[in-house]
Design a binder for this molecule. Structure first.
Ligand code: ZN
Length: 148
């Protein structure tokens, strides 16, 4: 599956069904970028807990925890959502080097209402290319069940 994908799957930009939602989401996220940057700085200064699920994904995808930490330092928040319980969920866009090429990587992090900083999961967005724009920095489709 993931291991056999060597280059992004060519696709047209966007999903007709989700077009309006993608535009709304994009505008909303742009307004939240300063807030996301601030929370991300907070996250990087805190001690970070890595969920077993994230750990497992790292191993499955041959991304070491050392690389994950390096990737976190270089990351860029691409979305921020506040959950009803006060938790903040962010997706951090970054990349890692595989051989001579850089691969995109998304790191899903949470800052709980009690200010615990957690890495929830990480994935290569190329595994579900329909969801993302060409640079994997904006979500453009929600049609299928999220199983990442
Ligand atoms: Zn869609």
């Amino acid at each position: 599956m993931y291991a056999t994908v060597t280059h992004p799957i060519p696709r047209t930009e966007g999903c007709e069904v989700c077009k309006a939602r993608a535009e709304r989401e994009s505008k909303m996220q742009e307004k939240r970028m300063n807030e996301a940057d601030n929370w991300y700085q907070y996250f990087l200064r805190s001690s970070i807990e890595i969920k077993h699920h994230a750990n497992l994904r790292c191993k499955q995808r041959a991304i070491s925890m050392i690389k994950l930490k390096g990737s976190l330092e270089d990351g860029l928040p691409i979305s921020l959502h506040r959950k009803p319980n006060g938790d903040i969920h962010m997706v951090i866009f970054t990349s890692y080097k595989e051989g001579t090429v850089y691969r995109p990587l998304h790191i899903c992090v949470a800052i709980t209402a009690g200010r615990k900083c957690i890495v929830k999961t990480i994935y290569d967005p190329r595994s579900q290319p329909y969801k993302w724009n060409a640079s994997y920095t904006k979500r453009i489709c929600w049609c299928k069940e999220d199983n990442s």
